[in-house]
Design a protein. Structure first.
Length: 89
């Protein structure tokens, strides 16, 4: 079974920049979500409502724009890849 090579010309450093950017975004969202949930619980909100069906972002222009901005931030490392050490001028 052959594996796919999606980024044959991307340096490991660039991939790590993407991973770090994604990790940072996910942690910030988790931290903010937990804080918001605690505020809601303290105010008497039933968090079970959060488990109800939510429309996909594709149907909401604002959420679609936010999603696209998030993806752009995470993959910004691909837009300006670093040069391997031996090729720097």
């Amino acid at each position: 079974m052959a594996s796919s090579d999606y980024f044959s010309d991307v340096a490991k450093t660039d991939m790590m920049r993407v991973i770090v950017a994604l990790t940072t975004e996910v942690y910030a969202m988790r931290d903010r979500q937990k804080t918001l949930e605690n505020i809601l619980i303290e105010g008497g909100t039933d968090l079970a409502l959060l488990d109800e069906k939510i429309e996909a972002a594709a149907f909401d222009e604002t959420r679609l724009a936010e999603r696209d901005a998030f993806v752009s931030r995470v993959f910004a490392a691909m837009a300006s890849p670093t040069m391997p050490d031996g090729l720097k001028t």
